[in-house]
Design a binder for this molecule. Structure first.
Ligand SMILES: *Cc1c(COP(=O)(O)O)cnc(C)c1O
Length: 467
């Protein structure tokens, strides 16, 4: 499979190059040159397969030419065998035809594990084959950092340095990062805010000489391999409900649009999906777009669902490219306009065809707590605030009787104990494999908000593995 950029001016790459590249050189995002499709018969044949096998079948066409089926199959099995639920991504029924898809059975209790655990192993495989090493540097406000660290710990060809704002991430989130004592992992607590951390990382990447010398890389949400891995649970859950003969709708709590775009991709590949329902918190750029057809950037306001506190949904560009008939020049024009003016109007017909699949609802913190309280009361289900936003959006839609609703639960409630306690009066416990988190030894270093200090640190750390 070859990959092309959404802006049409970057080199066409193979899967292994796209895996390592992240953003395309023209500023665009990579997508497969064509979408593989599965017939109803091929989908029916996947019924009853274990999760890792469904994932292998779904991903195989995307890695063709780089990984053979047996290798992909082995990596997929190793990845998902380590998850703590035998179904990997189990469904829980909360109503007559309403289901919660639990995507929090990975090591850090958030759905990002489903992609990053695989991506870490893919990095190792591809880099070892090339005889290369990389150093991943990233900033986190909480969730992504721990998932990235867990994905990279003890990998042979990868070092990872994660910056977090000192004293500004929750204790669970900090400990999930700082208690990983592997020799290829470093945590830096920066005297500053999350924005300062991001600026430091940007300064490092913008120093091209430094970036090349230390083979810096990122694991951000625009990486194609993350989307690819996420397509699998749309298939597995639809199959469990009777796909392709049953046609579910999916409700997805959305920030960067990566997760819900994976749902769009599953549909494009032939999986029957009724519609994709997007849930936003107060940072509702997407749901406003689906309502009026114009995208307008606003400042970010903090909410109870911090992993969806975004100003711009970077993966939305992938959907634009598809709906604009894969016209890279048009995507580039509109993205440039958006960056310059903070505003972008979609041609009427394009917006209408998007609305044929996507639909959006927003919930402020009060409404989110109400959903958590009501669900606890009516079904016994305890949800984290992100998942509540998704379910809330799903429940706004009235579906035909034979169309089940699948709402994606993207984090374990114990990751957000304060909000859960506020809503339900109950403080959720961490699952067994993390129950001693507060007793574990931590390791992190404090650095000033200073790019030169960070460079010195990263150079020494990346240098030590070459020695
Ligand atoms: C990252 C994240 C989201 C948002 O997912 P996107 O792919 O960015 O839309 C939702 N919920 C949780 C818990 C997350 O960590």
């Amino acid at each position: 499979m070859k990959y092309i950029s959404t802006r049409g001016r970057a080199p066409i790459l193979d899967f292994d190059e796209v895996l390592l590249a992240g953003l395309a050189r023209d500023g665009g995002l990579y997508l497969p040159e064509h979408w593989p499709t599965f017939s109803a018969e091929a989908i029916r044949n996947m019924r009853g397969m274990p999760y890792h096998e469904i994932a292998t079948r779904v991903m195989a066409p995307f890695v063709e030419g780089c990984l053979d089926f047996a290798t992909l199959s082995r990596i997929s099995e190793q990845t998902y065998d380590a998850f703590t639920h035998p179904a990997v991504a189990p469904l829980r029924q909360i109503g007559h035809s309403q289901w919660v898809l639990e995507l929090f059975h990975g090591p850090t209790l958030a759905f990002k594990d489903y992609a990053l655990q695989l991506v870490g192993r893919l990095f190792d495989h591809v880099l070892s084959k090339k005889g290369q090493r990389i150093t991943i540097v990233g900033a986190t406000s909480g969730d992504t950092g721990s998932a990235a660290i867990e994905a990279c710990r003890d990998r042979e060809a990868v070092d990872i340095v994660i910056l977090h704002p000192k004293g500004r991430v929750s204790e669970v989130q900090r400990r999930q990062m700082t208690t990983v004592l592997s020799s290829n992992v470093r945590n830096l607590a920066v005297e500053g805010t999350f924005d300062d951390c991001q600026d430091l990382v940007k300064a490092l990447f913008n120093d091209l000489e430094f970036r090349d010398r230390h083979a810096l890389s990122a694991v951000n949400s625009i990486n194609w391999a993350r989307i690819m891995a996420q397509i699998a649970y749309y298939f597995s859950s639809a199959l469990a409900l009777g796909a392709p003969d049953i046609v579910p709708a999916f409700a997805v709590p959305t920030g960067n649009f990566g997760n819900v775009f994976a749902g769009w991709a599953a549909r494009r590949m032939g999986l029957p999906i009724e519609r994709l329902i997007v849930g936003s918190n107060r940072n509702d750029i997407l749901t406003r777009f689906f309502a009026i057809g114009t995208m307008t950037a606003d400042g970010v306001v903090p909410s109870l669902s911090p992993s969806m506190d975004i100003q711009v949904s970077s993966n939305f560009e992938r959907a634009m490219f598809e709906y604009l008939g894969r016209d890279g020049a048009a995507v580039e024009r509109m993205s440039t306009e958006f960056r310059a003016t903070g505003k972008m109007a979609m041609p009427q017909g394009i917006w209408e065809s998007m609305k044929g699949v996507f639909e959006g609802y927003r919930f402020d913190d009060g409404a989110t707590l109400d959903i958590m309280r009501t669900l606890r009361h009516q079904t016994g289900e305890i949800l984290d605030p992100h998942s509540a936003v998704g379910i809330g959006a799903g429940l706004k839609v009235s579906l035909a009787k034979d169309r089940p609703l699948v709402a994606l639960a993207t984090a374990h409630p114990a990751k957000f104990p304060d909000a859960v306690e506020q809503a339900t009066g109950q403080r959720p416990a961490l699952p067994d494999h993390l129950s001693d988190l507060f007793e574990r030894k931590e390791r992190f270093e404090v650095i000033a908000n200073d790019a030169e200090q960070l460079k010195t640190y990263v150079a020494a750390f990346a240098g030590r593995s070459k020695a």
